[in-house]
Ligand binder design. Structure first.
Ligand code: AMP
Length: 198
């Protein structure tokens, strides 16, 4: 199984690109944001607590998210060719926790795909999404906070994987299909390497 991290600021198109990878390569998509929103929707205690952070644009505490992620990984059933992690890891300590969680399960991160989009474009996209998403965090104040958190806390995750030679940068401005094509090439290359190594 190929394990990919899809990384990028809020609004960079991670969700859209993940859906396209799922369709093309039969990967499982795990988005920690989606998992948290499902808890909020179901009005669970965890959901209520998570929403108090999410609505302010803050990250939820590491322990909370790690449990949810581990459970989600352990309950994947069905045959998939790979896993796309979207929205995790968001901090250096989460990257370290992920390495440990994967090591315990005999898994490894193959690549971090970093989708880059300029700040002004991100704000425009998120405000537009906010008109229909119903998300408590798609408003200007929270967007600004989320982008700030991304730059301060999530950027170091890229360096973590760069150092391990598991990093690729993708330009996230342009046609969805063109960006998808570039990501698909990255995945095909890993698949080819796997096939060669067998
Ligand atoms: P997203 O859908 O990935 O933009 O996530 C929405 C919000 O959920 C974030 O702004 C955080 O408050 C929370 N969240 C999602 N993933 C994580 C994570 N890995 N660590 C902490 N908070 C997270």
């Amino acid at each position: 199984m190929i394990n990919i991290i899809i990384c990028g600021a809020p609004g960079s198109g991670k969700g859209t690109q993940s859906d396209l990878i799922v369709d093309k390569f039969k990967f499982k998509h795990l988005s920690t944001g989606d998992l948290l929103r499902a808890e909020i929707e179901a009005d669970t205690e965890l959901g209520k607590e998570a929403n108090s952070y999410i609505s302010k644009g803050q990250l939820v505490p590491d322990e909370m998210i790690l449990n949810i992620l581990a459970n989600a990984i352990d309950s994947i059933n069905g045959k998939y060719n790979g896993l796309i992690l979207d929205g995790y890891p968001r901090t250096l300590s989460q990257a370290e926790a992920l390495e440990e969680l994967f090591a315990k399960r005999g898994k490894e991160v193959d690549i971090l795909i970093d989708i880059h989009v300029e700040q002004n474009e991100l704000i425009d996209r998120l405000l537009k999404r906010g008109e229909t998403s119903g998300r408590s965090d798609d408003n200007l104040e929270t967007i600004t906070k989320r982008l700030d958190v991304y730059h301060k806390k999530t950027k170091p995750v890229s360096d973590f994987y760069k150092k391990r030679d598991k990093y690729v940068l993708i330009n996230g401005i342009g046609k969805v299909e063109t960006i998808h094509g570039e990501i698909a090439e990255v995945i095909k290359k890993i698949e080819a390497e796997r096939a060669y190594a067998k």
